[in-house]
Design a protein. Structure first.
Ligand code: SF4
Ligand code: SF4
Length: 172
């Protein structure tokens, strides 16, 4: 018992002489990794259009059910969009499953961790709070040109496709 107490006191004594690692936030900004999972954003494609096609996959994947989406369709080109997109950050656990599930790279986790608010209502983000003016971690990716209504090429002949293999070429 006395041995354990002395060893604890010795550890405390030794620690006093170690170099301080306190980060003087907010004057000093902590460096978080690029893949840090904090504020969720909705990104745009290279044309500046919303990437989200309101497929509901992110809300289905969310384990705490904090994403609410209402889909709509643009009359001019029948492009599907979210009319409303809400994330309740009071419930979000920043697991990143929504971003993993998204087929268009629309929803992404950002390293912006400064989300503190004084009221819970302020942690409910609507589409205009989530939508950003950049492409996030998927620069150049244009889901709509690959898989949307604009696709007119045959299967295997898209920009990102490899030409189909001729199965007879494998016959010896
Ligand atoms: S990070 Fe996890 S908890 Fe938060 S909205 Fe996405 S899936 Fe839901
Ligand atoms: S953010 Fe992605 S997964 Fe969620 S509805 Fe939009 S396209 Fe689908």
């Amino acid at each position: 018992m006395i041995k354990e107490m002395l060893s604890g006191l010795w550890l405390t004594f030794r620690t006093q002489f170690r170099r301080r690692v306190t980060v003087q936030y907010p004057e000093e900004r902590p460096q978080v990794p690029e893949r840090y999972r904090a504020r969720i954003v909705l990104t745009r494609d290279p044309d500046g259009e919303e990437r989200c096609v309101a497929c509901y996959l992110c809300s289905a994947a969310c384990p705490v059910d904090c994403i609410t989406i209402e889909a709509t369709e643009r009359e001019s080109d029948h492009r599907r969009l979210p009319k409303a997109f809400r994330i309740n950050f009071n419930r979000c656990i920043f697991c990143g499953l929504c971003a993993e599930a998204c087929p268009t790279y629309a929803i992404q986790m950002s390293p912006d961790f400064e989300m503190s608010e004084y009221t819970r209502d302020d942690l409910i983000y609507e589409k205009e709070d989530l939508l950003v003016d950049h492409q996030g971690k998927a620069p150049g990716y244009h889901y709509w040109q690959q898989a949307g209504v604009d696709v007119t090429h045959a299967m295997g002949y898209g920009d990102q496709d490899r030409p189909p293999e001729d199965p007879r070429s494998n016959i010896p």
